[in-house]
Structures are given as C-alpha cells and as structure tokens.
Design a binder for this molecule. Structure first.
Ligand SMILES: [Zn+2]
Ligand SMILES: [Zn+2]
Length: 344
C-alpha cells in the first residue's frame, strides 16, 4: 500500500533504519536538488569498511534512516539553482569528502580536507546506496571517460586515500616503500607505489597473496606470519615509508623497527586500538608516525587521472543494489577480492 504514495517518481534505496539494524530495500521519491546542489543518477557505489559507521551508528550524531555510501559514480541528472561549472549528463563521482563549511579555521586556511565540519556522504546525508542522490557541488569530482563507473567508484575512497597518502609521504622515486596489508586499500597502494617509481615491499600475513602482490608491482613479498617483517625490511636497508593499510594496530606496531632513518609510518587503516611505540624507537633515526584521511574532490580527480594514465585499477566484485546486505556482509568478511561495488 505504501508504494502508491511514491507512484509518481519512485526509486530504490538501501537504507539502514536505525543503528545496528539490517539493510532495508525501500522505494523513495527521487529527491530534488536545492541551491548549490546537484541530483546524481547513481551508476555504481563502492562498499567501504567505513560504512560500518553508518550501519552500526558509530558516528556521533548520525540520524536515521540513513542510506550509506561514499564511493559514488554517476551522472548529473539535474542542477540546483545557482550551480555553474557542471552540466546535466556529466559523469561525476562523490567520495568521503562530501562538502566543507568554508568557514572553519581549517577551511579559512584552505585546508578543506581537514574541515572541522566536514560532511560525509552516507553519514551526514544519504549516500550512494540508491538510484539517485543529492550532493553539494563542492563534493563533485569529474570522472574521465576511459574509466568505467565500477572502476571509478572505489578510487573515490580507497584509491584517493592510498594515492594521496603516498604522494604526501615524502618518499622519492627509488625509495623502499612498504605496503602493509594486501586488501581493499593495499592492492591499490602497491600499484600506485610501483607507478610512482618506488621499490615496493608488500607485507601480508601468510603466503597466499605473494604472487598477486608481485603482479601488482611489488618487488618483494614479506610474509609477516613466518618472518619478522621489521627485520626483513632492515635487511633491505629499511623502509622510507611504511603505508599501514590493514586495520591491525598490533601489526603496525611490529613494523616500526623496519623504518629507515627519517622513515615514516603512514597510517590509513582505521582502528580504535592503540599503536604501541617507545620514545626510543622514534628518537633513534628520527622516525615519525603520521595519519592520513582521504582528500578533496580535486585530489579525487588527480587520483582518477593518474589511474587513467598509469593503468592502476581496483580489483572488484559487483553486486546489484537489491543485494546490498549481501555485498556488505561480503565486504565485512574480509574475503572480497578486493573492493565490493554495488551497481544500480
Ligand atoms: Zn571509504
Ligand atoms: Zn571547514
């Protein structure tokens, strides 16, 4: 009966009705873009581990029902009032950076990535697990023609995060760069690091990803289950940068001694557990630990263009929107090879 209400312009959405609840596939009215916004016809949306924040209600102040999704690829369907520089029919993506306030101290310094009131699609407003979504113009990234929607979607979070962290890590061509974890982030990081001209050491638990890591561009594979990975890195001269992608604080802590002098542990794998390090470990060799969060839509465009230029592509498994719950479970299992993407 409820569907008659939406008979004029229905669309399908996968929503979380309340914190901790299961996905619901619902029909909704296609939303209208306000001033400064666009309506996007979503073609694909990546399923990211951070969607757990929406599913389980772990983000302070999140309101329900909420449609998750911050790896959105689609086409502009309608422009809101006052929108210039974008046109109907244009292919666009929306990633983690879903809009800044332009007024906080970080924004006033031009550091939009660290906006104190950053809006995140799928958390602050409904994201891409639906056939149409509304986004503010400052969240849009243009998608190059040569990238398909399902390829572009994961590059808007997993891709930009690894690409941007690496290009701001200080590592130079020829430097030994280690990528910890061969998963959704790591399989992209290995490719980017290789294309940046680094000597790439991939670190995984067990031998099952050894062949794949080398195919992706690693020159060395270190199995942290059977060897001391920090010692193995030191035998290679020490890593200038270790990009920690797998969400294991223990595994990250164990790698710090693998850093070269002035080396940096760059942390992008999100956990709530503490990384353990002694002051001596940091003082000797002037080592640093730094975190990195995604980037702006302009950074997303850089990521997409670099992927287009270099051939870096995500490995994906696709699911239809109707199977959002299954797709999410698959992502959470950690067994996906490697990014799960919904198609509309
Ligand atoms: Zn994400
Ligand atoms: Zn701001």
């Amino acid at each position: 009966m409820a569907t008659t209400k939406f008979a004029i312009a229905p669309m399908k959405a996968a929503q979380i009705p309340k914190a901790g609840a299961d996905f619901q596939i619902v029909e909704r009215e296609i939303p209208k873009p306000d001033a400064g916004q666009v309506l996007i016809k979503v073609q694909a949306c990546g399923v990211c581990h951070s969607d757990v924040l929406t599913k389980e209600g772990a983000w302070p102040g999140i309101q329900y029902p909420r449609v998750p999704g911050h790896e959105v690829a689609g086409v502009i369907d309608e422009l809101g009032a006052g929108v210039s520089g974008w046109k109907k029919g244009q292919r666009v993506g929306v990633g983690w950076h879903g809009g800044q306030d332009n007024t906080c101290r970080s924004c006033r310094r031009g550091d939009f990535r660290n906006c104190r009131n950053l809006k995140i699609p799928g958390i602050s407003y409904d994201g891409g697990y639906q056939q149409y979504m509304v986004a503010p113009v400052e969240a849009l990234a243009a998608i190059p023609e040569s990238l398909s929607d399902v390829e572009a979607a994961p590059l808007l979070c997993a891709g930009i995060t690894t690409y941007n962290a690496l290009r701001h890590s200080g590592a130079l061509p020829g430097d030994l760069v280690a990528v910890q974890g061969i998963g959704g982030l790591g399989h992209l990081a290995i490719q980017f690091a290789n294309k940046f001209g680094h000597n790439v050491a991939a670190i995984g638990r067990g031998s099952e990803n050894a062949v794949l890591a080398k195919q992706l561009g690693a020159s060395v594979y270190i199995d942290s289950k059977s060897t001391n990975a920090a010692e193995a890195l030191q035998k290679l001269g020490g890593a200038q940068v270790i990009l920690a992608t797998a969400p294991s604080s223990k595994a990250m802590s164990e790698l710090i001694d693998g850093l070269a002098p002035n080396g940096k542990l760059m942390v992008i794998g999100a956990t709530f557990d503490p990384i353990e390090v002694t002051p001596i470990q940091l003082i000797s060799g002037s080592r640093t630990i730094q975190g990195w969060a995604a980037g702006t839509p302009a950074d997303s465009e850089d990521t997409l263009h670099f992927a287009e230029l270099s051939g870096v592509r995500p490995m994906i498994e696709t699911y239809p929107l109707d199977k959002a719950a299954e797709a999410y479970t698959r992502m959470m299992s950690g067994n996906a090879q490697f990014r799960v993407v919904l198609t509309m």
